[in-house]
Design a binder for this molecule. Structure first.
Ligand code: PLP
Length: 374
């Protein structure tokens, strides 16, 4: 038998998190997480669940009854969306312009769907005409797009045009809003998004663990009238309905502390006001953009689809991105990240999310990165 390990008390380094997520957690969220547990069926917890749903609807800008935190990270709310909406034999249209479109594809395939693609290069958004063409060619049942692509720093513009095309073809639209919810303008109802999923650890500045998901009635009708149960029992929305719907009956033990956390994080959104919060992200990220541009660095995406919450800064010729990233971590306790996939080595990914989106952090980042590139 192994001996009892001699492990000291937990003392993580005190980092400033300006990578692609997680972002720095707001102290009020950390405090909420240290409050006592109640049972997941305790009447007081039922009230908390209702409050979380109400706050989440406000943040998503939706009246959808079906708005819940899914237990798990953003990939759990993503798989809950795709795994329930896509039935075996359905066709799902997914984008190829970033890492997370690829994950949509993987999940749709596991759900038994046929995957078809709408192409755009990494670093560019989808073109409306290409989406139209893909619909005419494939007649998909479900269309997924990434509103804020964390791998490329691209915000998808013209969302309403995309959802109109999908609805003209009777398809349902799933949007990845992991890096936009609570930081970048997002109007689930007005834009005609049928299903949106997100994560708490980006613009909501909350630790991962309970991930926002919202579905409108049309999407929920499809989910509840499936012929075959989804492949995941844990993420089966028709079963989760028992807990988050009217009955409040046991399905699995909710991650109570994470629900406290997201409640406080969403309460902060409501206090600030969602439009003010979008403005703050844009303002602070504009300062960041100006700062790196003053250092002679460019941003990868065009202004029209620049994503304030994730800035893709071009790595200058002759610079090893990995070395610069390690330098700022080591000397400034500052986390930023490099590119993925097609953009590996070409960009720095600098987050400007939630509690991390503040002017002080911009000066800090510009100083640290400037020194790393000297
Ligand atoms: N979608 C996007 C756009 C993301 O940025 C991420 C995570 O970074 C995910 C999905 C998956 O979320 P998680 O890593 O929390 O499972």
């Amino acid at each position: 038998m192994p001996n009892a390990p001699d492990v000291g008390e937990l003392t993580p380094p005190n980092r400033t998190l300006m990578g692609p997520g997680p972002s720095d957690v707001h102290p009020r969220v950390l405090r909420a997480m240290s409050t006592p547990l109640v049972g997941h069926l305790d009447p007081s917890f039922i009230d908390i669940m209702n409050e979380v749903q109400e706050l989440m609807r406000y943040t998503f800008r939706t009246d959808n009854q079906w708005t819940i935190p899914v237990s798990g990270t953003g990939s759990a709310s993503m798989e809950a969306a795709i795994g329930n909406l896509v039935e075996p034999g359905d066709t799902m249209l997914v984008p190829t312009n970033g890492y997370f479109g690829g994950r949509m594809e993987a999940m749709a395939e596991r759900a038994g769907g046929n995957v078809v693609h709408v192409d755009a290069p990494w670093g560019e958004p989808l073109d409306t005409a290409d989406v139209q063409e893909a619909f005419d060619e494939y007649q998909p049942d479900v269309f997924g797009f990434v509103h804020a692509e964390t791998s490329t720093g691209v915000k998808q513009p013209h969302v309403q045009e995309l959802t109109s095309i999908a609805h003209d073809h009777d398809a349902l639209v799933v949007s990845d809003t992991v890096t936009s919810l609570g930081g970048v303008e997002l109007e689930v109802d007005d834009w005609g998004i049928d299903v949106a999923y997100s994560g708490p650890q980006k613009c909501l500045s909350c630790p991962p663990g309970a991930s926002p998901l919202t579905l409108n009635d049309r999407a929920m009708d499809k989910v509840l009238s499936r012929e075959e149960a989804p492949r995941s029992w844990y993420l089966d929305l028709s079963l989760l309905e028992g807990y988050w719907g009217e009955d409040r009956a046991y399905h699995h033990t909710a991650p109570i502390t994470n629900v406290y956390a997201i409640r406080e994080a969403l309460r902060l959104v409501a206090e600030e006001g969602i439009e003010n919060r979008w403005d703050r992200h844009r303002r602070v990220a504009s300062a960041l953009k100006a700062g790196v541009e003053a250092m002679g660095l460019g941003l990868n995406p065009e202004d029209e689809y620049w994503l304030p919450s994730l800035n893709a800064v071009l790595v200058p010729d002759g610079v090893d991105a990995g070395e610069a990233i390690s330098y700022v971590l080591e000397h400034y306790d500052l986390e930023i990240a490099g590119g993925l996939g097609a953009l590996a080595g070409d960009i720095f990914r600098i987050g400007c999310m939630g509690y991390s989106a503040k002017p002080k952090n911009v000066s800090y980042l510009v100083t640290a990165l400037g020194e790393a590139l000297e």
